[in-house]
Every structure is written in structure tokens, then in C-alpha cells.
Design a protein around this ligand. Structure first.
Ligand code: SER
Length: 601
């Protein structure tokens, strides 16, 4: 039996769409976002008018991750990692085809009863009139007017009126999910039994930072359908975790814990959701590894939360309990994303290493926790010397809870739970304030970092960018030819380059690398680029930073005889512009990843 993904891609292929490969789960050209959160994100340049090498009709299934849902995980419908199906018209078809094909796919391919479908369309605002055309088009499909609701921009404008970039009015498709009662004749969008399954966005505008909405060069269609949710709808269940997607993972967890899903839903859903997210993030060619910042921090949090909830389920976390679950998840995804199978071993290593680290800090943290409790007893004993009735308030301060969080990786719920078992409370308000302050600081840190990224396009940044290419080439020549960029951050003052390497570089290695880069600089060679497809780039021997994207047109920057890389630029015009290259620091970034900071002086 074909699953939803196969049916969807096949259907749109039959309507003249080319199937494109999912992009990395980490956006390549958008430093403001940690992860791709929608299928259209990697397609922004094409929605803005860039020509796509595969044409004007595309469809795919994209790996997505949404951080906003982290705290919602544990209920029936939320996931951190999910897959999004999408079909796009890049200045080709518009509302008519988009709506009639959506209707055809739902009613004829998925065979959903028309009586269970409802639709929303945009009611209009000062920029764009009401979308009467979509209303009429749904009606033309045979939908009754009672089942089409006009809603304001908060509901039917994507991504939102506030966000910049390509955007537009959308029409959303809902399905009646309650098997125990028939779908009401009149559609009430506030009734949560109507579940949104598909969003068709008519991307017609570019929202500029000046506040203006300008018409795009072309009218696009961008649609998105969540695989997990729609699969649940098709299976007639309101619990996503009871579908063919999640059941094999839940079964593994039941077997490993000796417990059944019923009665342990929340814990099992968290373990299942996070395991899938870990597999998909760690297997991605972006090379994310656990760390204390950005995507690496998310990966760390996911693994730690898995360990904690696995423990709650009495799973032996010292054993390799994660391995069978990883195998199950890899077998589910390998036909769609070949990197998942290729990097299976890496995922297992990454997981085990982080798990062991956490298990160790967990022990130390528990010791610290006991010390804190003993402190309360001592204080009470002391006070009782003068007042036999003295009592101390058994409340753990926000400071202590935050220390347990920051130093020992104790999630606050865990501290709270441990405290409760012993008759203590935790000052959650104070903790929340400290946590917020900490988050603001790290956010400022990341904003700062992003501000200093290549976005400034200054000549100095362009020169440093060229220096990273030469540095990569030098590392491949003198240290290991398998070295690849795993992260790059450039401020006008310095470059920071992360790369895979299993050892600290020796003084000789660093000197050879530095001398080689300076030798290329002295030769004052031209830095040129040409455009080609990823396949052609590979054939030409270019290095690609992130996973390959079949068929996509890319720029390849070259310093003849030394470096050839797929890259968006910008770069210096000649190597001579770099003057002199100096490495100022070499350190570990995370496990298996080294970091070099260097300047041009
Ligand atoms: N970009 C829209 C969404 O994410 C449609 O794909 O809902």
C-alpha cells in the first residue's frame, strides 16, 4: 500500500511537477533561523524570482523542525521534527489549478468524503481585497457555501502580516476528525474537531522591511501539508502516535520498558518524538553535534530529555536502549533521505556519547541536590538550639534550581519533581526570571553573531570569507583530505571556522596551514565563480558545504589550482586583497569538531 508521501508526490508529478530533494533541516542562507520550519523556506530565492533549474512546478517532502512546539510535546498532535509535503508554482499556475488539484487529490486519491471537508479564505484588509476568487473556486468544486469561511489576516495570511519576505493570502483546508459525530452542516472554524490539513498560500507579495507590500515579479503558489497530522486523519484517529508512522517506535519503547502505551502516553510520546528528531538532526549533512549553542544545544536538550523520560519509564539507560529505536527510525526514513542510512553509525555514536555525559552529570547533580537538602536540615538544627520550634521554609531557591539547570543540565521539571518527592517546593517564579534573563543574554549573543555574519557583505567580510575557503583547502592538504566546513561565522574582525577533525592540531600543522594560505595570498590569484548544477559542481571536483541538492543551480567559487567550493559568496576579487593571514586560536568546538579563529592583518 502506498503511503501518503508516495501518493502525494506521484499525484503532483502527474500534474507536471518535478520532485525535488528535501533540503537540509538547517537553512543554508538564513542565519536568523536555526531550522527549516516549512517546505518553502529553502525555496525563497525562487519564490522571489530566481530561475529554478527544474522548472516552474515543483513538489517535495521537506525535513522540518519547530522549536515552538517543544513544550507541547507529550500531547496527541505536537511534534518537534515533522515532514511537510508541498507543491509549488513559481510564477506558473495560480489559484484555479491549485484549488482544483487540492480538491482532486483529497477526494479522488485519498478518497476523503467531501462531506467532511471545510475551507477558509482571506476576508481582505487594507492591502488586499477579500479572496472571492478562492471562494468561488471551492464552490465550483461542489463545496457548499456553509463550508467556506472568510477569516482575517491572523488566520489566512502566511506567514503573518508582521514577517518580512514573500507572503500572501492563503486558503486552508480542514477535515472533520470526530468519528463519533457527523460533520456539522455549517463550518465553525473555532470548533477544534475541524483539523487543518493543508494550506495553500498565494504568494504574491514581498513584505519589505520598510513596511511596504510590493507585488512580486511573479505570482506563486506555496502549499504545505503536515505528513503526521494528515496520516492520523486518514487513519481515523485523533492520536498521531497511533498511526503507522509512530507505532513501530512506540512498540520498541513498550518492549524496552516492559510497559504499555496506555497509561504512559506522555512519557512514550516524548521519547518517540525526541528520538526521531535526534535521528533526523544528527544524520543531516549539516553535521550538527551536541553543544551549548544554537542547533547543537537543541540536540543536547533533546537527548537529555529522552534519557530523563526513558528513566521514568524504567528503561535501563546505561544499556544501548537507543539503538533499536534508531534502527526503526532509520528504516522508516531511508528511502526518502539517503543520508539517514549513511550516517546511522554517527547518530548512534553521538547519542551514546551525549547520554553518557548526561548520566555522569546527573550523578554529580544529584549529589549537589542532596547537599542542598542537607543544608536545610543543618540550618533548622542550628536554629533549634535557641528555639525548639524553629522551622525553615522548605523551598529551593531559584538560584539553586538555576544552578542545577545550568551546571548539571537538570531540566526544571526534574528539580521540581525530585523536590516534591522529599517534601520541598521550588521557587519557580525566581527560576523563571533567571531563566528569562539567561535566554535574553544568549539571544543577544546570537543576534550579535548573526549581525556579524556575512549578511553585512562588507569588503572585509568578503575577504575573510575567501580566507575560510583557503583555510579549508590548507587543512585538507596538511591535516586530512576529509575535512569539511561544519560551521562558519564571520565578523569584520575575524573568521571562525569549525571543521571535522579527531585531534588537536599540532604546532607544525598550524604553521603549515598558515604558511600555505599566505603563499596563495602572495600569488595574488583571481577569485572567480561560475554557475552550474550540483551534479556538475561535484563532477568538477567542487567541495559542497551542506548536503547535495539534486539538480539545483549553484555558484562555484574557485581559486585555480587551490580551492573550488559551492558557495553563495560574496568573495574578494583576488587573493592579494587578503594581505596576510594569521591563526589566533585553535580549540575544540564540540566532540569531533575543532574550531579555528583567524584574522587578516
Ligand atoms: N508555507 C505554508 C505553511 O507552512 C504553506 O506551505 O503552512
Amino acid at each position: 500500500m502506498q503511503n501518503l508521501k508516495e501518493k502525494y508526490l506521484k499525484f503532483f508529478e502527474s500534474k507536471g511537477h518535478r520532485i525535488i530533494k528535501s533540503a537540509s533541516v538547517v537553512p543554508e542562507n538564513d542565519p536568523t533561523c536555526l531550522f527549516n520550519t516549512a517546505g518553502m523556506q529553502p525555496l525563497v530565492p525562487y519564490l522571489l524570482g530566481e530561475k529554478h533549474p527544474l522548472g516552474k512546478r515543483l513538489c517535495d517532502v521537506q525535513k522540518c523542525f519547530r522549536l515552538t512546539d517543544f513544550d507541547g510535546i507529550g500531547d496527541k498532535t505536537h511534534h518537534t521534527f515533522f515532514e511537510m509535503l508541498g507543491n509549488w508554482s513559481l510564477g506558473d499556475y495560480f489559484k484555479k489549478e491549485s484549488i482544483s488539484w487540492s480538491f482532486e487529490f483529497l477526494t479522488e486519491v485519498l478518497k476523503l468524503p467531501k462531506e467532511k471537508l471545510a475551507f477558509t479564505v482571506f476576508e481582505g484588509n487594507e492591502y488586499v481585497p477579500a479572496d472571492q476568487e478562492s471562494f468561488e473556486l471551492w464552490k465550483a468544486c461542489g463545496v457548499s457555501e456553509d463550508r467556506i469561511a472568510y477569516l482575517p489576516a491572523e488566520d489566512n495570511w502566511w506567514p503573518s502580516m508582521e514577517q518580512f519576505g514573500p507572503c500572501g493570502a492563503d486558503t486552508e483546508i480542514f477535515y472533520w476528525s470526530d468519528a463519533s459525530s457527523p460533520a456539522p452542516k455549517v463550518f465553525d472554524p473555532k470548533d477544534s474537531r475541524w483539523v487543518e490539513i493543508w494550506n495553500n498560500v498565494f504568494m504574491q507579495f514581498n513584505h519589505l522591511p520598510s513596511g511596504e507590500f510590493v507585488e512580486l515579479k511573479q505570482k506563486n503558489v506555496d502549499t504545505g501539508m503536515g505528513v503526521e497530522r494528515t496520516t492520523a486523519v486518514l487513519a481515523g484517529t485523533d492520536d498521531n502516535y497511533k498511526t503507522e508512522i509512530w507505532l513501530p517506535i512506540i512498540k520498541d519503547i513498550e518492549r524496552l520498558s516492559g510497559k504499555s502505551y496506555e497509561g504512559h502516553e506522555r512519557e512514550m510520546r516524548i521519547v518517540a518524538d525526541h528520538m526521531r528528531a535526534v535521528v533526523m538532526i544528527a544524520s543531516d549533512d549539516a553535521g550538527i553535534r551536541p553543544s551549548n549553542t544554537d542547533q547543537g544545544y537543541i540536540l543536547r536538550r533533546l537527548i537529555r530529555r529522552i534519557v530523563r523520560f526513558a528513566k521514568k519509564l524504567d528503561i535501563d539507560v546505561a544499556s544501548a536502549f537507543e539503538e533499536p529505536i534508531i534502527d526503526t527510525i532509520v528504516s522508516q526514513f531511508k528511502d526518502y533521505y539517503e543520508e539517514v542510512e549513511r550516517n546511522k553509525g554517527v547518530v548512534k555514536e553521538v547519542f551514546a556519547e551525549e547520554k553518557n555525559k548526561f548520566n555522569k552529570s546527573l550523578e554529580n547533580g544529584l549529589k549537589e541536590f542532596e547537599k542542598v537538602l542537607a543544608g536545610f536540615d543543618r540550618k533548622e538544627e542550628f536554629l533549634r538550639r535557641t528555639d525548639p520550634n524553629a522551622k525553615v521554609e522548605r523551598k529551593i531557591t531559584g538560584k539553586t534550581a538555576f544552578n542545577l539547570y545550568e551546571t548539571f543540565g537538570f531540566p526544571i521539571e526534574m528539580t521540581e519533581e525530585l523536590a516534591k518527592e522529599r517534601g520541598y517546593e521550588v521557587d519557580l517564579t525566581d527560576f523563571a526570571e533567571r531563566f528569562k534573563h539567561h535566554q535574553e543574554l544568549s539571544k543577544q549573543g546570537s543576534d550579535q553573531k548573526f549581525k556579524g555574519g556575512l549578511a553585512d557583505s562588507s569588503e572585509q567580510s568578503a575577504r575573510l570569507h575567501t580566507a575560510t575557503h583557503l583555510l579549508g583547502a590548507a587543512l585538507r592538504k596538511f591535516v586530512n583530505e576529509d575535512i569539511r566546513q561544519k560551521g562558519s561565522n564571520i565578523t569584520p574582525e575575524r573568521l571562525r571556522f569549525d571543521f571535522n577533525c579527531d585531534h588537536k592540531l599540532s604546532g607544525e600543522e598550524l604553521k603549515a596551514v598558515e604558511d600555505y594560505v599566505n603563499e596563495i595570498i602572495t600569488k595574488n590569484l583571481p577569485v572567480t565563480y561560475s554557475e552550474m548544477t550540483v551534479d556538475e559542481a561535484k563532477k568538477a571536483g567542487a567541495i559542497g558545504v551542506f548536503g547535495d541538492r539534486y539538480g539545483e543551480l549553484v555558484k562555484v567559487y574557485e581559486v585555480k589550482g587551490y580551492s573550488k567550493e559551492i558557495c553563495g559568496g560574496p568573495h574578494a576579487k583576488t587573493t592579494g586583497e587578503l594581505h596576510h593571514f594569521k591563526i589566533v586560536k585553535e580549540e575544540s568546538s564540540s566532540s569531533g569538531i575543532r574550531r579555528i579563529k583567524a584574522i587578516l592583518d
